[in-house]
Design a protein around this ligand. Structure first.
Ligand code: ATP
Ligand code: MG
Length: 203
């Protein structure tokens, strides 16, 4: 019997509650057997930048954040040495290895806007479903229209996630930490502790 697998890809620099709420909402709404959290590797020129976490630290933060959710799993599939990974390759690899499974790639509205600039969007659509969450207060009609546009463009299965607009981004959280402001409740306490212990994002 095949499984329904969600994939939540991102840089997770750092992982915040938006990422976790999306995975949970997708698991519930679409009856997913599990959701894979898949941190993307940084290409060499983007590694060890000031004010950013290392690949190891981003992976560790994801591991800590998802540890108590039985549906969530860490996947290092996109943590490769050269740092370049493409969603279509990841999905095609999974499909080749487990043809009986259905894959659901989970993205926010900003990623859906960019989608036609991704590598091989058509092949992404051929290999799986795409679950889309609203973001940045995108008006509902505008978001629905964009979903419809993408469906027609790629004959893909673009699904609307029933989730609230979550005004939260890693970029903003990095700034808050650098300024010494509290990020309590935006990031899990155990991830905050890891960030503090390792002095990440402190400029
Ligand atoms: P950054 O600000 O550094 O870009 P981010 O908060 O956007 O970080 P990413 O790791 O870039 O986080 O996001 C991974 C995926 O999660 C993307 O598809 C993104 O659209 C989605 N996502 C992240 N935060 C939210 C949010 N608050 N609401 C909806 N989708 C989100
Ligand atoms: Mg982003």
């Amino acid at each position: 019997m095949g499984q329904k697998i969600g994939i939540m890809g991102g840089t997770f620099d750092p992982i915040h509650i938006g990422h976790l709420i999306l995975g949970e909402a997708a698991q519930q709404q679409f009856g997913l057997d599990k959701v894979l959290y898949m941190p993307a590797g940084n290409p060499p020129h983007k590694r060890n930048r000031e004010g950013r976490a290392t690949d190891v630290q981003r992976t560790e933060m994801v591991r800590i954040a998802i540890q108590d959710n039985p549906h969530f799993e860490l996947s290092l599939m996109e943590m490769n040495e050269d740092g370049y990974s493409y969603t279509y390759r990841t999905l095609e690899r999974f499909k080749a290895e487990y043809p009986e499974n259905e894959y659901y790639f989970i993205i926010g509205a900003d990623s859906l806007y960019d989608f036609d600039q991704w590598k091989e969007p058509q092949r992404i659509c051929n290999a799986g479903h795409i679950i889309c969450a609203t973001r940045n207060q995108t008006p509902s009609e505008e978001f629905q229209a964009l979903l419809e546009k993408r469906r027609q463009q790629y004959h893909g299965d673009f699904l609307l996630l029933d989730s609230p607009n979550l005004d939260i981004s890693s970029n903003n959280l990095r700034k808050m930490i650098a300024e010494g402001r509290s990020v309590r409740y935006y990031i899990r306490y155990d991830v905050i502790r890891y960030i503090e212990e390792n002095r990440i994002y402190r400029s």
